[in-house]
Design a protein around this ligand. Structure first.
Ligand code: AMP
Ligand code: MG
Length: 330
């Protein structure tokens, strides 16, 4: 298949919308990462997303909307309390799990009776959804398992020849996927941490917000039953081996210097990622850094971990998965 490259000008946006409306696959930038979109109400189109990504079909997709009407077309029984929370955080990098409208096919939601919905804030994304006129199922536009794409080049690397079109925009400004918040449980529950943090959600909710306990468990433990099916899968893995070195700053630096020197002596090419605990910066750069280090042929990546701030917790969630839970405490 020939993949068209579309620019996000007026003509490009309407072309992207038309391809989506007629059942095609289009990758486009959102504020978080690039998404791979298809008409969420079209069973054949959404099945093609799983094929293009090589994604397990029980891993449900986020449905992207750009109006309240579209939200009502994919969710059902949305309460005033839920609406009040959504209106304070949307459009933006947060996804809400709600009761599903029967119009949404099982292939989009992985057979669940809930649906994950997001109203993105990035101009190109919102305009493409409006141009399509239908809600858009859009997981990250990477091959399943690989780091999420934050640049046009990253998307092209994974998707060229597999999808109908890629909308070429600038690098994404947040860099990690949306926070996923379950609003169907008694206490709103974070299923995936993101740029919108627990304390920000608590401010908006005006009450308790929980983390899904599976966020703190290894997938191979017996009591690991995540509410978000995607959390089961291998994720964010570059070709290089990733190792996290955790402790106080001086000890982490000393340990990484020693490990790198030993590796280099054995002819292993190493790299160090140290974001100095600045979560926002780490979020913007982490996935792009992983992909670049793969292009550079690096064998082992050491990640320095100390003093993370709030968004840092969300980035660390991805880092721990990239590392396959290989964490060295020093
Ligand atoms: P991605 O499409 O790569 O951004 O991943 C979407 C995430 O949202 C995955 O972790 C999914 O498991 C999660 N998700 C999607 N729909 C639901 C749902 N109805 N309930 C819980 N988690 C969901
Ligand atoms: Mg993804």
């Amino acid at each position: 298949m020939k993949t068209r490259i579309i620019l996000p000008d007026t003509d490009g946006i309407s072309e992207a919308g038309a391809i989506l409306r007629s059942g095609g696959l289009v990758a486009f930038p959102t504020e978080t990462v690039y998404g791979l979109g298809a008409n969420a109400l079209d069973t054949v189109a959404t099945k093609r997303i799983y094929e293009a990504k090589g994604r397990p079909s029980d891993n449900p997709m986020i449905v992207h909307v750009a109006s309240i009407d579209m939200l009502n077309g994919v969710a059902s029984g949305v309460t005033d309390a839920q609406k009040a929370i959504m209106s304070k955080l949307w459009p933006g990098p947060i996804t809400f799990v709600l009761h599903k409208n029967p119009a949404v096919p099982d292939v989009t939601t992985g057979g669940l009776d809930t649906v994950a919905v997001r109203w993105p804030s990035r101009r190109e994304a919102a305009e493409i959804i409006v141009a399509a006129g239908v809600p858009i199922a859009a997981p990250s536009a990477n091959l399943s398992g690989k780091p999420s794409p934050t640049t046009f080049e990253d998307v092209a690397e994974d998707m060229d020849g597999r999808i109908d079109a890629i909308v070429k925009g600038e690098q994404t400004v947040i860099g990690i996927e949306s926070t996923v918040l379950d609003l169907t449980s008694d206490v709103p529950t974070i299923l995936r941490p993101g740029f919108i943090t627990k304390s920000r959600i608590e401010e908006v909710v005006g009450g308790e917000v929980k983390y899904d306990p599976s966020l703190f468990q290894k997938p191979d433990s017996d009591d690991f039953h995540p509410k978000s099916p995607g959390m089961k899968y291998k994720h964010y893995a570059p070709k290089a081996d990733v190792k996290i070195v955790e402790g106080d700053k001086a000890a982490v630096h000393e340990a990484i210097a020693k490990l790198s020197a030993e590796a280099v002596a054995r002819g292993i090419k190493t790299a160090v990622l140290d974001y100095e605990g600045k979560g926002d910066e780490a979020a913007v750069r982490y996935f792009a850094n992983l992909r670049q280090l793969d292009r550079d042929g690096v064998d082992v990546i050491y990640i320095a971990s100390y003093d993370w701030d709030e968004v840092g917790f969300s980035v660390m969630n991805r880092m721990v998965k990239s590392a396959g839970y290989d964490i060295l405490e020093v």
